[in-house]
Design a protein around this ligand. Sequence first.
Ligand SMILES: [Zn+2]
Ligand SMILES: [Zn+2]
Length: 241
Amino acid sequence: MHRYRHLLRGGEVDYDTSLRVEEVESRIINRLLHNNDYINIIKYNDLSNILYKLKNLIFEEAKKIARDLDDKIEDPEKALEAFYAGNQDTPGFRTMFIVIQAIARVKAELYEEENGQIENPSPVCPVCGAVSRTMIKEEDSRYTMVCPFCGYKWTVSRGSLVCPYCGNSDPLSLGIFTGKKSKRLGLAWCQACGATWRVVLDSSIRVPRLLLPVIAHGAEIYRSLIPAASGASIRDPFADA
Ligand SMILES: [Zn+2]
Ligand SMILES: [Zn+2]
């Protein structure tokens, strides 16, 4: 995985932290996958119901992993509230984020086993509702998106690029900016709606799903190539996502 570290230039994402989180989450995922009751709850409910039904498990897991993450959980209820409210500075937020992400990843895995990578011409993850900004150009000429939270991957279009934000498929107003030599990552731009998103162009890049958005962040170095960006007239419908 360290082979791809250089692709991260230009990104402010901490790769080592991502690896450490990956290790902690894998342990939670393994515990979940070894319990049929948990599997059934995760399989047959949507994410908000799962989180409601597995609240005790979430608190238990949070207590188990907080120390590994240099985090503190004094009141798990408060930490969970902070997660829902997005209060990143509250102690316990990070731990809750990781426990819930692990559960969402199991949901995504079970969902994909059952349904495959469904057709969904949208940036919104059909499993957990997070908004993706990361596209992958697959070897089979599909354009997929990967969810930054649960890792589910879905099909946006086949054969040609379609803007996941507005559905525009006109090749004259859709483009991918990439390097002259290295064409592993690119930044796509839709002139119809103004959206930009990152594209992994080299499908030989094999990393765990959730690291793809981290890797793809490196495509930000091409942002200056987008003409409208310099004029600040660009409209990004998901700027706060
Ligand atoms: Zn998701
Ligand atoms: Zn668009």
